[in-house]
Design a protein around this ligand. Structure first.
Ligand code: 4NP
Length: 144
């Protein structure tokens, strides 16, 4: 199973989703390939936001080695599922799809609603972590 997590900057939400799902998959003995990308290009090559690194560390997940990449069309072919954090990400990723196969890979990460962007509100990192962790548990059950 190959899953790509996508948000805007690829430094707050999608690195958490990437790190948490990879951690849970490894614990479950699943040989899944997880990565993340951002629809914006501002942070390419950068490590995750310090606040995302810190909250993940608090719960025993190390995301400090991740580096941001830009979402580009070639990534459609490399993944089975492309899970986006909010509706703007959905619009931006779908805009790059060229085939029905590309489009069918793209879904919102949550079954209901969006993952709030914590970039401008440091208090959101902990609840965002919890939200993502819970959904990752469901994804492990659903896709394994
Ligand atoms: P993310 O959060 O999409 O969860 O990585 C953001 C990070 C950076 C910016 C916006 C959102 N930014 O505007 O630089």
């Amino acid at each position: 199973m190959k899953i790509l997590m996508v948000c805007l900057g690829n430094i707050c939400r999608s690195p958490l989703a990437h790190g948490i799902l990879a951690h849970q998959a490894a614990e479950a003995g699943l040989n899944w390939e997880i990565d993340s990308a951002g629809t914006g290009d501002w942070h390419i090559g950068q490590a995750p936001d310090k606040r995302s690194i810190a909250v993940a560390q608090k719960y025993g997940v190390d995301i400090s080695e991740q580096r941001a990449q830009w979402f580009e069309h070639h990534l459609f072919a490399a993944y089975d599922h492309i899970l986006v954090m909010d509706k703007n990400n959905y619009r931006d990723v779908i805009a790059q799809a060229k085939t029905e196969d590309d489009r069918q890979k793209v879904q919102l990460f949550l079954t209901e609603g969006e993952v709030p962007d914590p970039y401008f509100d440091s208090n959101l990192f902990d609840p965002v972590y919890q939200l993502i962790e819970q959904r990752c548990k469901e994804l492990i059950k659903k896709l394994s």
